[in-house]
Design a protein around this ligand. Structure first.
Ligand code: HEC
Length: 153
């Protein structure tokens, strides 16, 4: 109950209105499956960016598409973790719901890291992009998974 109240308290002051998810009638295992599929598509865009900046593929004209897709996806990360989707076949750590303010910070950090990478990508220099891409990975996926995702077997 304490955590639930903290959660409500935190999100009622968040610009992102999670409150709508509290009343949501949902099947937890299907929401978990959906968010894992969603994350798999995040991985798809991320790997695509990697292949482009490493010049493994001739799809420079797709770079913007993948960056914009990640922007849209990062905006939705919070909504993927409604209260009540913390148990079952999930690798999400309970910390997400116990310390929601920290989880919000991880999302914001990821969004900032993406903006930093986007600016470098706009300049078009591949050496700079490769370096910036690594920093992006550490400060987005890496940073959040370290605290909020269980290691998969
Ligand atoms: C703010 C937190 C956060 C950010 C940022 C984030 N993830 Fe995740 N990710 C998670 C959590 C939590 C899970 C575990 C979800 C579950 O099992 O319910 C996860 C799961 C995954 C999975 C496993 C999906 C599955 O099928 O089980 C992949 C792949 C993944 N993330 C890739 C990425 C990549 C690539 C990035 C960066 C571009 C990223 N994530 C950014 C929190 C995050």
């Amino acid at each position: 109950m304490r955590f639930f109240l903290l959660f409500v308290f935190t999100f009622s002051f968040s610009p992102l209105t999670w409150a709508q998810y509290f009343d949501l009638d949902f099947n937890p295992s299907l929401v978990i499956k959906y968010r894992q599929d969603f994350m798999t598509s995040v991985k798809g865009h991320n790997n695509a960016i990697k292949a482009i900046v490493n010049e493994h593929v001739p799809f420079d004209n797709h770079l913007d598409l993948h960056i914009v897709s990640l922007e849209r996806q990062f905006e939705q990360i919070l909504s993927l973790f409604p209260v009540g989707s913390d148990f079952g076949k999930t690798n999400a750590k309970i910390t997400i719901w116990e310390k929601p303010e920290q989880f919000i910070q991880a999302v914001e950090k990821a969004q900032q890291a993406l903006q930093t990478f986007k600016k470098v990508a706009a300049r078009g220099n591949k050496d700079e992009m490769r370096k910036a891409y690594k920093t992006f990975g550490t400060n987005s996926c890496g940073n959040c998974h370290k605290s909020f995702k269980k290691k998969q077997n």
